[in-house]
Design a protein around this ligand. Structure first.
Ligand SMILES: CC(C)(COP(=O)(O)OP(=O)(O)OC[C@H]1O[C@@H](n2cnc3c(N)ncnc32)[C@H](O)[C@@H]1OP(=O)(O)O)[C@@H](O)C(=O)NCCC(=O)NCCS
Length: 177
């Protein structure tokens, strides 16, 4: 399955044509504040990232969904299922993550999209557990995790940059189908 529709959104596989809109999002320091060490991405880095995730879909059968508004077709950002390789202690695992352009925050879009991606993970990919990992100060992400039914497991440190991270998870049996 490579396309999911919700009340307001279309979730689809990423394409290279997403690069300009995503590059704009990735260049916003407010968006990137709690991602990795907080640095913004160049357009080249964004293009490389999109090529990588297109390859991931072919290899794994899951990956990043680009998220568009159904009514206007606007590209809002993405929700992804990915391996959290930045946190080796939790592996093997699959993490859900999200990133939207700032002008579209606060309207429930991330939760609406992510709920269907968690369902996709359990229903179509055979996953038993989905993790999500956030910086302790990222309260918008905390709320999305809570609204999806994920629970806090433990706090740890990301080896690459030494910053704290809070690990949440939900199992298939806990998901509110
Ligand atoms: C995280 C993100 C995807 C959320 O997108 P969104 O579409 O605004 O999310 P939703 O509208 O579904 O839910 C956001 C919730 O966070 C709450 N929120 C937002 N900012 C908050 C803050 N500073 N403190 C507390 N709650 C906050 C909102 O009120 C809402 O909760 P509510 O429904 O209980 O009111 C978006 O903020 C984003 O792209 N951030 C930058 C990238 C990022 O940090 N990604 C996650 C890395 S772990």
């Amino acid at each position: 399955m490579d396309r999911i529709e919700t009340a307001r959104l279309v979730l689809r596989q990423p394409v290279l044509a997403d690069v300009p809109a995503l590059a704009e999002i990735n260049a916003d320091p407010e968006v990137m504040r709690y991602i990795g060490d907080g640095s913004v991405r160049t357009a080249d880095q964004t293009a490389r990232g999109i090529r990588q995730v297109i390859g991931d879909w072919a290899e794994r059968g899951y990956g990043m969904f680009s998220v568009d508004r159904r009514d206007t077709g606007e590209y809002l950002g993405w929700v992804t299922l990915a391996e959290p390789i930045f946190l080796p202690e939790v592996l093997p695992a699959v993490e859900i993550g999200w990133r939207l352009g700032r002008r579209n925050w606060g309207q429930g879009f991330a939760t609406e999209a992510a709920r269907e991606v968690v369902r996709f993970g359990f229903e179509s990919c055979g996953l038993d557990r989905v993790l999500s990992i956030r910086h302790p100060d990222n309260h918008a992400s905390r709320r999305v995790m809570e609204k999806l039914g994920l629970h806090f497991d433990f706090q740890t440190t990301v080896p690459a940059h030494g910053l704290p991270a809070m690990v949440y998870s939900i199992s298939r049996s806990e998901f509110a189908w």
